[in-house]
Ligand binder design. Structure first.
Ligand code: B1M
Length: 206
């Protein structure tokens, strides 16, 4: 097994210490930071995403794997020159107005980061106006809206309406949300889980 495969395995197992050690070792051997990110860290998180989708692993394992991935990122990212940073795209994500649930949103954020996206997390209880302000500031290609309450999912509609004149794709998700609802309110994509959110982000930007 190559050292980068070993790193991917350590991400999958959530072994942050080992990921950090391998990151330091391969950097000292002259392997390019972007190669380490793509073939070690992201490769590992991709496997975790598939396992999560197939119910082979659950929320705690994903959180632990994401922590391990971040331990590697912390070593490698400062060494990337600005021109080397090749994010797949920018996703701005938040939980809609009136809603404080953020566990699912955070998982989606981590999986997107693990897949190579730059993610701007605007937090919870985010009004449509705040989303628009953040979109104008950060210029994402995709806006991700999360809602866990039947009483707050309506705020996805008002957010999409306010974003209409902005060149962004909107992806929505959260336990009460359905494809039917997404179609009704004009969302570009609906993801039932974090792994699908990554697949759909890739499709939206293809
Ligand atoms: Co709340 N809560 N809660 N709660 N809470 C629910 C959602 C509820 C179903 C519980 C119940 O009654 N059975 C219910 C909603 C009922 C409804 O609207 N139909 C409910 C309620 C009523 C409330 C309060 C109103 C309770 C009260 O105060 N009376 C209150 C509301 C506060 C507010 O938001 N204004 C409230 C508060 C809370 C806590 C603060 C205590 C806590 C939140 C802590 C936190 O998030 N930091 C909490 C929790 C933890 C839950 C439950 C137990 C778990 C939610 C969760 O984190 N699931 C939940 C009951 C349940 O689901 N069993 C419940 C795990 C998470 C990984 O899944 O968020 O679905 P989920 O995310 C998934 C997918 O949905 C998807 O990917 C994720 C990973 O696969 N996904 C996306 C999510 N966002 C996405 C975005 C995407 C794509 C995919 O694209 C952008």
């Amino acid at each position: 097994m190559s050292t980068l495969q070993e790193m991917a395995e350590a991400v999958i197992c959530g072994n942050a210490k080992k990921v950090k050690e391998i990151a330091e070792k391969v950097l000292s051997e002259g392997i390019a930071p972007q190669t380490i990110i793509n073939d070690g860290l992201i490769a590992g998180m991709n496997v975790v995403g598939v396992k999560f989708k197939n119910n082979e692993v659950y929320v705690p394992e994903v959180l632990i794997a994401a922590r391990a991935m971040h331990a590697g990122m912390d070593v490698v990212k400062p060494l990337l020159s600005a021109s080397e940073v090749q994010d797949k795209g920018i996703v701005l994500i938040g939980t809609v107005k009136g809603d404080l649930h953020d566990i699912g949103k955070n998982l989606v954020r981590m999986m997107l980061e693990g897949a190579g996206y730059k993610v701007i997390d605007v937090g919870v209880d985010v009004s449509p106006e705040k989303f628009v302000q953040a979109v104008e500031e950060h210029k994402p290609q995709i806006v991700g809206l999360s809602a866990l309450l039947t009483t707050t999912m309506v705020n996805m509609k008002s957010t999409i309406e306010l974003l209409e004149s902005h060149p962004v794709k909107v992806m929505i998700g959260g336990a009460p949300v359905t494809q039917k609802f997404a179609d009704e309110i004009g969302a570009d994509a609906y993801a039932p889980d974090a792994a699908t959110a990554v697949e759909l982000a890739d499709k939206l930007l293809a």
